[in-house]
Design a protein around this ligand. Structure first.
Ligand code: ADP
Length: 485
């Protein structure tokens, strides 16, 4: 047997490979995230490096302004085509350019030093120009040429070397930044590929686990199926056994009842003969004893025939012989069979049957048995001087498209059945616990046989009872119709 708690899809643990892969994936994820942050920071550094380009541009602008100032100065000194004011304007343009470069320097000491150098040279320029403003004669200007040239040479050397140095530095910084950017990208690409491969491996491994689970579920299912088949086979054979045992029991009961009936009939017959005086005069005491024997024997006869009926009903061997039965005749037969007992308890028996009641369709002997059971119960469970009524009436159901029935009621003014026990009353061997009812002998089989017999006639049986007031049993039997013949 497969234990019910065993699940086909177990909540299985992760395999060591899966745990390893998960850890690896987690590490890769962290590494990827760190690298991505690094790459982002590095992009900023690269941007900063490119920003260094502004300074180089400013320096080259200074260089261009110095050259222009140089040319304009030469023109002023040699050709007299340039005014001193125009030269001063050019000088101020250079100054503006220098101020702009200083704004871009941001801590570059070397550039700041060279700008200071240049500013010092320009102080020299301003001084020479101031001298010329005082004496701008051609001779004086001619004489100032060498001084200006030396100054411009130093100025130009300074700016060229500074620009070149900054150029080289800028290229190096940008190169480095781009290099590390490329490294970051290579790393990121490698780690991402590893990440992807690990996830694919993990998925494959899960798929394999799920596949194993399916195999397991399949084998559990087939085990369960074969187990069920085995149980089914066992059940069939158990049912066969039970049927055989039941059959044997029925055969045994019918054999025993037959064997008992013969001696019981003879005991009853001899008791009757003795009571009739066939064996000589009988004293009062002997009469009492003989009556007790007769009473006990009829109880035994009843019990034996009830047992044999139950066993035949259960084994499906009880057959009915259907015939057309006049209800009045049936009730007379029942009344005369029970009359002696009813008179003994001084009870009244009232029979109400309409004259023109149609005949019913049933087995005469079994219908008498049904009625006898109900009337003898009414008699048994009704105290002395009580009343028993038997009524028959037609239930015309033809309009409702159903078979018309005769409803027969056996009513008594007896002990009644306690509401708590009414549901069980038709059960096999059931007898009410009511002490007063139990004084009467009984087997608890009568009503269950009666119900079987009524239903075999395609009728219904039911009752209403008020405890200590009385009971009404009703049952229906189909009316005889021409086509029944
Ligand atoms: P029994 O052989 O005990 O009479 P029955 O199957 O005929 O068996 O009846 C089952 C029980 O139903 C009886 O033991 C009795 O307690 C109760 N019973 C049946 N008919 C009546 C009735 N007319 N009035 C009161 N109780 C009844």
């Amino acid at each position: 047997m497969i234990p019910s708690h065993e699940l086909a899809f177990s909540r299985r643990r992760l395999t060591p490979v899966q745990i390893g892969l998960l850890i690896f994936i987690a590490i890769l994820f962290l590494a990827n995230a760190t690298l991505a942050i690094g790459a982002f920071v590095n992009i900023n550094a690269t941007n900063d490096a490119f920003a260094g380009g502004y300074l180089v541009t400013d320096l080259s602008k200074i260089q261009r302004e110095i050259l222009r100032l140089h040319l304009d100065t030469q023109q002023y000194l040699l050709d007299d085509e340039m005014s001193i004011d125009a030269l001063r304007l050019r000088r101020s343009l250079l100054e503006t350019q220098i101020r702009q470069a200083i704004g871009e320097i941001s801590g570059n000491v070397q550039v700041l030093d060279s700008i200071n150098e240049m500013e010092a040279e320009l102080v020299q320029f301003d001084r020479l120009l101031a001298d010329l403003a005082i004496d701008p004669s051609p001779e004086r200007r001619q004489a100032a040429v060498p001084e200006f040239e030396v100054m411009f040479e130093r100025l130009e050397l300074e700016i060229i070397s500074t620009t070149n140095r900054e150029d080289a530095r800028l290229f190096e910084t940008i190169g480095n930044a781009l290099n590390s950017q490329r490294n970051y990208q290579t790393f990121l690409l490698t780690l991402s590929s590893l990440f992807l491969i690990s996830i694919i491996l993990l998925i494959l491994s899960f798929r394999q686990t799920i596949g194993l689970d399916f195999d397991r579920a399949y084998s559990l299912l087939s085990q369960e199926l074969s187990e069920r088949k085995r149980i089914e086979v066992e059940l069939v054979s158990a049912r066969n056994e039970a049927e055989k045992a039941n059959q044997a029991k029925s055969e045994f009961i019918s054999l025993v009842s037959h064997e008992l009936k013969v001696p019981m009939t003879s005991i009853q017959g001899y008791a009757d003969l003795l009571l009739d005086g066939a064996g000589g005069p009988v004293s009062e005491d002997q009469k009492r004893f003989l009556n007790t024997i007769r009473g006990s024997i009829s109880q035994m006869v009843r019990l034996v025939s009830d047992l044999s009926d139950i066993s035949r009903i259960e084994s499906g061997h009880l057959d009915l012989e259907f015939d057309r039965i006049p209800v009045g005749m049936l009730l007379d037969q029942v009344a005369s069979a029970n009359m002696a007992a009813i008179n003994e308890k001084n009870q009244d028996l009232v029979i109400e049957v309409p004259d023109e009641l149609p005949p019913i369709w049933g087995d005469q002997m079994r219908l008498v048995q049904i009625m006898n059971n109900l009337v003898s119960n009414a008699h048994k469970y009704t105290p002395e001087n009580g009343t028993i009524k038997i009524r028959a009436e037609e239930d015309d159901l033809s309009e409702a498209g159903e078979r018309s029935m005769i409803q027969i009621t056996v009513e008594d003014s007896g002990l009644g059945i306690h509401p708590d026990e009414q549901a069980q009353i038709f059960g096999k061997f059931y007898r009410a616990t009511d002490e007063e009812a139990r004084i009467n002998p009984g087997t608890g089989l009568g009503l269950s046989i009666t119900r079987y017999l009524v239903e075999m006639h395609e009728g219904h049986i039911w009752f209403e009872s008020i405890f200590r007031k009385g009971t009404q049993f009703h049952f229906t039997i189909p009316i005889f119709q021409q086509e029944n013949d």
